[in-house]
Design a protein. Structure first.
Length: 244
């Protein structure tokens, strides 16, 4: 499903610059340059890590749209981390991917839901109540959500790693017995519960194109998407294009 909303004025605009932001683990900044009056934002989050038996992690949603700006405005960009893989351990689930997000003068403008980590798929109960392990759109209904993905379900789950839009840790099965383990939730405007992809946000943008993750990340046909961005076990990316 693709979401298209809020038509923007059909005016020919001059492209001034195109800037790519990759994952660094810290906030990055973009100062709106002289003559730039609108920006096109493209946001992909991190993909979820693989599970203990090489189950696929979830893929990123995609959010893109225009924002009217003034030279001197400051955008803050956080690019989502990749979900850590299980490392081949059959009793470990993958970590959820981190959400990529853009803030304009301190206001959240766009966030793409990240993919959840995969469960280990050995024992029943490893990934209960999963809606979708892929990044989701803001019209998706879910419950008990935070901006961070939650820890994967199991008998020994650790607390999630909190901070804006981080993916939850994958579960680790108790020895010698225990339930199957669930993948960590993906980060997002609303983070997924264990094993669920994060939820996106894009309400202030115009000419929005929003696509959930699926077999491929949302926005996979976009000309600016790098090949592996937003796929399982890979980080996110943000692209900002300035127009006069």
């Amino acid at each position: 499903m693709k979401i298209l909303v809020k038509p923007y004025a059909a005016v020919v605009r001059e492209l001034l610059s195109s800037t790519i932001f990759d994952y660094t683990g810290a906030l990055q900044y973009f100062l709106i340059p002289e003559n730039c009056i609108s920006v096109l934002l493209k946001v992909w989050s991190g993909g979820g890590g693989t599970g203990g038996n090489n189950q696929y992690g979830g893929t990123s949603a995609f959010v893109s749209g225009f924002l009217s700006v003034t030279p001197g405005d400051l955008l803050a960009i956080y690019v989502g981390h990749k979900g850590v893989n299980s490392g081949g351990d059959a009793y470990v689930a993958g970590q959820g991917g981190g959400s990529s997000a853009i803030l304009w003068e301190g206001q959240l403008i766009a966030a793409a839901g990240a993919g959840a980590g995969a469960n280990n798929n050995i024992y029943i109960g490893g990934n209960p109540n999963v809606i979708s392990k892929n990044g989701r759109l803001m019209d998706t209904v879910s419950v008990a959500l935070t901006s961070d993905g939650l820890a994967g379900y199991n008998a020994c789950s650790a607390a999630g790693e909190f901070g804006f839009g981080k993916g939850g840790p994958g579960g680790v099965r108790c020895e010698p017995y225990g339930y199957g383990v669930g993948g960590g939730g993906g980060g997002g405007y609303l983070g997924g519960g264990g094993g669920n992809g994060g939820i996106s946000y894009y309400e202030p943008l115009f000419n929005v194109v929003a696509e959930p993750g699926g077999a491929l990340p949302g926005g996979s046909l976009d000309v600016d998407k790098a090949a592996l961005i937003g796929t399982e076990g890979q980080p996110g990316q943000v692209v900002i294009k300035c127009f006069a």
